[in-house]
Design a binder for this molecule. Structure first.
Ligand SMILES: [Zn+2]
Length: 263
């Protein structure tokens, strides 16, 4: 039963009987790791306070192949992201990022890019001017990291280069350009293929360009990027539906953000 040591972020906690907890980490070297932390809810436990959701630290666990639950032996806190915890909105978004990583990651499949993205996003979350835009950059980068990233340059059906087409929306100016983003096909559709998905979302070329920019930008450079109300609305709609379709999950924290924070 070799002891493994790795950097880890707490992405989910669940009580187990009176004194124990099941704690899921996203780790640098092992991807998602689900552990049992025995006795951590006991007042005598020195680990209790360090195993809060979102905390980043050094994890030690007894690694057993083909076991769903590993045995946590130690966790030393590196960063508790205090600037996030003092703000309800930022904490709620932090929980959403953790839930999203839990939804897209498979246990035991290492992906250091995902770990680095999550840690960098939490480090920046306390300082972001536009927290919903931080959520969009996190979503597009996470989708790219795990290979689900939407196609934004070529048609997702026929691979033709996509350009903004005139809109035929009722009431829209005849020359107003608009793109079609198809969740089902995995990205933009060209003019010839737009009929293949009646549920495709309209997206202004500016929103699409912004999404491409977010995909390439560093999370820490986000405060230099501006998004309009329309950009926010279109990217939120397209990405949240895309994520729900590809993860087949109804993310509780995203529904909470929609119902409580976006009034
Ligand atoms: Zn096409």
């Amino acid at each position: 039963m070799p002891v493994q040591k790795t950097q880890a972020i707490v992405i989910r906690t669940f009580p187990l009987q009176e004194f124990h907890k099941i704690i899921t980490f996203y780790t640098l070297d092992f991807g998602k790791v689900k552990t049992v932390a025995y006795g951590v809810k006991s007042p005598k436990s020195r680990l209790g306070g360090s195993l809060e959701l979102l905390n980043h630290g050094t994890l030690l666990f007894n690694h057993r192949e083909n076991r769903e639950l590993q045995h946590l032996t130690d966790f030393n806190l590196i960063d508790g992201f205090d600037a996030v915890r003092t703000d309800f909105t930022r904490t709620t978004y932090g929980c959403y990022f953790a839930e999203l990583v839990d939804a897209v990651a498979s246990e035991g499949v290492a992906n250091p890019e995902v770990f680095t993205l999550l840690r960098g996003t939490y480090q920046f979350l306390g300082h972001a001017n536009d927290v919903p835009l931080l959520a969009r950059i996190f979503e597009i980068k996470l989708l790219d990291c795990v290979g689900y990233g939407p196609e934004l340059s070529q048609c997702a059906h026929c691979s033709l280069l996509v350009t903004a087409a005139p809109s035929f929306e009722k009431g829209a100016p005849p020359s107003h350009p608009v793109l079609a983003f198809s969740v089902r096909h995995g990205g933009l559709l060209c003019t010839d293929c737009q009929h293949r998905d009646a549920a495709a979302f309209s997206m202004a070329p500016g929103s699409c360009e912004l999404l491409k920019m977010l995909r390439k930008s560093e999370v820490s450079g986000l405060n230099r990027i501006h998004a309009s109300t329309r950009n926010h609305h279109e990217l939120k709609l397209a990405l949240s539906n895309f994520i729900q379709y590809h993860t087949e999950r109804n993310l509780k924290s995203l529904r909470f953000i929609e119902s409580v924070l976006e009034l």
